[in-house]
Design a protein around this ligand. Structure first.
Ligand code: C5P
Length: 467
């Protein structure tokens, strides 16, 4: 019943559902169940619309160029290295991928579908002829829904089946039914790996376009056995998967630099001058650029946010540290300055805690470097596109236009941060994009949606040469 429902949806709904399911780490069918349950619990409201209309609007706009969350189908073969594949699920998720898992019958002697499913966030698939799997997803859909198929460990037996085109279980049927890129992490005893039959199969598979990672040389599970045959480490496999998937993103080959969060300027060892910036917008931009295939360096002040997956994060505290980290991260194709940098810092930070006796101290302030302006005015090594933010409480557009000229940047994202808007620290944002060509008014939307819309706009501008 559920599979009929998914197939009958129109393409737009299917896409919406896929995005929502990926965001929640559920299968599309499970997502439908959640939506139906919500609708039944609360009849009369549209469960699909209710959650996140702003994000939906932006995703639809962004759909032409921005990469959606990439999906990896991990096939776990039957070898002792299978235990490492449980860690691989996490390492792939760390890079922002949705992971779905198939276990071969042999793999289930080493790890359980329950463990793999718990880590993946949806049940693991095991059986070609399981009516539940076929009605829910089906082996053809399993093959097609993925952006990349990773086989780890790829055993000698599984590779032999692939090379011969056999399809007598779920894993081999999916591998035969897919047109998607495949990454194999071979793992076996060194003699099995060196065997002529294995080498023949490997040569055929690589000629067919399959990518390999490893095997590495080292100790085997069996005592006193060593040689070429250890499965590549989960981090290496995740990095190889990342490289393959990024190759397909619209910002592949681009290097982004993003600043985010507040700066904290020390007054003494325990006190700082800081501001209310949450870093949500800058972090969302870094994550969206990475998801679209860019190599991203995020220079962040102190925030209560996790590092975005697939992004190199440099943590700093002060404006001067931020400038140094930004200069070190150059060259970049695009730089987005979303940090709320303190304009001033205490002239001197006291070595010891300032004591409370007598008169309150007067604090002399000095100006901090303007990081955006410094980078935008560079004679050499200036990024092709320099984007700044203008948080204004009045005359938003006029002030943003003046800032564009003064700071020397290419684009300004202007927003009204007067307290009534709730933008500072909140989840939503209303942006006016000010460029040399004019002003674009964007609808109110979540900071995530703004990030995707900006990345889409940047991808188009880089492609058309209209930065
Ligand atoms: O001058 P104002 O602070 O309004 O400018 C905001 C823009 O300039 C933001 O993009 C912010 O990241 C950047 N900026 C900066 N260094 C500063 C002050 C602001 O990069 N010292």
């Amino acid at each position: 019943m559920a599979s009929l429902t998914v197939r009958q949806l129109d393409d737009r709904l299917k896409k919406l559902l896929r995005l929502r399911a990926a965001r929640h780490g559920r299968s599309m069918e499970d997502e439908i169940r959640v939506i139906l349950k919500a609708a039944a619990d609360d009849a009369g409201r549209d469960g699909l619309d209710r959650d996140e209309p702003p994000a939906r609007a932006a995703r639809q706009r962004a759909s032409s160029v921005v990469a959606e969350q990439k999906r990896v189908l991990l096939i776990i073969g039957g070898g002792i290295a299978a235990y490492k594949s449980l860690d691989l699920i996490r390492r792939l998720q760390d890079r922002g991928f949705a992971v779905r898992v198939i276990l071969t019958a042999a793999a289930q002697h080493f790890v359980t579908p329950l463990a793999a499913g718990a880590l993946a966030g949806e049940r693991a698939f095991t059986d070609l002829f399981d009516p539940q799997s076929e009605f829910d997803v089906g082996h053809i859909r399993l093959a097609r829904d993925a952006d990349l198929i990773v086989v780890a460990p790829a055993t000698a037996d599984l590779m032999a089946k692939m090379a011969a085109g056999l399809a007598d279980d779920l894993a081999s049927a999916v591998l035969l039914a897919t047109g998607k890129p495949m990454l194999l992490a071979p793992a076996m005893n060194p003699q099995m790996f060196a065997a002529k039959a294995t080498q023949r199969n490997l040569a055929r598979l690589t000629a067919d376009g399959v990518q390999l990672i490893g095997p590495n040389a080292g100790e085997m599970a069996e005592r006193s056995e060593a040689g070429l045959g250890r499965m590549a480490e989960p981090l290496e496999i995740a990095a190889a998967a990342d490289a393959l998937l990024r190759g397909a993103g619209v910002l592949a080959g681009m290097r982004f630099l993003v600043t985010s969060g507040p700066t904290a300027e020390p007054l003494d060892p325990v006190r700082v001058l800081a501001n209310r910036s949450s870093g949500k917008q800058g972090h969302a931009i870094a994550a969206a650029a990475a998801a679209a295939g860019a190599e991203v360096v995020l220079v962040s002040g102190p925030v209560n946010l996790p590092d975005p997956p697939g992004v190199e994060v440099v943590h700093i505290e002060t404006a001067r540290q931020m400038l140094a980290a930004v200069e070190k991260a150059l060259p970049a194709d695009v730089a987005v300055f979303a940090a709320a940098v303190a304009d001033w810092r205490p002239q001197e930070a006291s070595q010891n805690k300032i004591k409370k006796h007598g008169k309150p101290p007067s604090i002399a302030l000095v100006e901090n470097p303007d990081i955006l302006s410094t980078i935008a005015h560079r004679k050499s090594g200036r990024p092709k596109l320099v984007v700044g933010f203008a948080a204004e409480t009045d005359n938003v557009i006029a002030n943003a236009k003046a800032k564009l000229l003064k700071k020397g940047c290419d684009w300004i994202l202007a927003n009204d941060v007067s307290p009534a808007t709730g933008i500072m620290g909140g989840d939503a944002n209303t942006i006016h994009l000010v460029t040399a060509a004019g002003v674009e008014d964007w609808p109110p939307q979540s900071k995530d949606a703004v990030a995707h819309a900006l990345v889409e706009r940047i991808a188009v501008a880089l492609k058309d040469g209209t930065t």
